[in-house]
Design a protein around this ligand. Structure first.
Ligand SMILES: [Zn+2]
Length: 259
């Protein structure tokens, strides 16, 4: 499961936009939890999943989705809906990360810390484990490298006594052992592009999109104006502005014709 801090708001947006997202099963799981949290019974949730699926994709085949939706509705009360507003990283923790030798290594340590804090916030019994796949961790840390290099990075963090690995063979999770309470250095409220957020904190040219909150690199050359949106939101906003301009022109012409 990818990390979403506020599943309640997230599911509400997907329902309003009739959007299945990039991972339909994850979306359906969260939408089911949302319906349950808003007071519907399991039986009602199951029926509403059919409706939501058809709203998102009118060509979807309900019989072929049936088993999956049954399973989602059956397990909907297994885990409560997540509503976390964010996590804090302390000055001391940032100082510990700074001591590491290597840019990727620092980004990985920062990301693992944030992910472990997220799981701590979600489950009281978590005890600083980062229960997220390596692939997703690397993506969040904005590190693109070989599996061999990834293993080397994890081994370096272990040697620096910053993480510990699970002793169980079937558990590949990592435990973060450098958490330290104290004054907050930064508040993380979006778990996408944590690596970029780390770089931004140290003054690298990154900014937060005003529309979707994603942290992205400032595009060069800056054409005099401060960039407000990430590339995909920029396209969306531009399209909306063009549509509005056309509507305004049409209305102006209509008014002129009436005079
Ligand atoms: Zn955006």
């Amino acid at each position: 499961m990818s990390i979403v801090l506020n599943e309640y708001e997230w599911a509400e947006r997907m329902i309003n936009n009739h959007d299945l997202g990039k991972r339909p099963v994850e979306t359906l799981n969260r939408v089911a939890k949302y319906y349950l949290a808003t007071g519907y019974s399991k039986r009602e949730v199951r029926r509403m999943l059919d409706t939501f699926l058809i709203q998102c994709d009118p060509s979807a085949s309900l019989p072929s989705w049936s088993d999956m939706l049954d399973k989602i509705a059956k397990n909907v009360d297994k885990y409560p809906i997540i509503r976390v507003d964010g996590i804090d990283v302390t000055v001391k923790e940032m100082e510990t990360i700074e001591k590491l030798d290597g840019k990727q290594l620092r980004r990985l340590a920062f990301t693992l810390l944030c992910v472990a804090k997220y799981w701590d916030a979600v489950s009281e019994r978590n005890d600083h484990w980062a229960n997220t796949s390596d692939r997703e961790i690397m993506q969040m840390a904005n590190i693109s490298t070989s599996i061999k290099r990834q293993s080397a990075l994890f081994a370096e963090l272990k040697n620096a006594d910053m993480v510990r690995f699970s002793k169980k063979i079937d558990n590949l999770n990592v435990k973060v052992v450098f958490m330290e309470e104290g004054e907050a250095a930064l508040h993380i409220h979006d778990f996408r592009n944590l690596g970029y957020q780390y770089l931004k904190y140290y003054g690298a040219p990154y900014f937060e999109c005003e529309n979707c909150g994603l942290t992205v690199k400032i595009q060069e050359p800056a054409r005099g104006r401060r960039q407000k949106y990430c590339p995909s939101c920029a396209i969306e906003v531009k399209t909306r502005q063009n549509v509005n301009a056309v509507m305004r022109r049409r209305n102006a012409l209509r008014c002129a014709a009436q005079i």
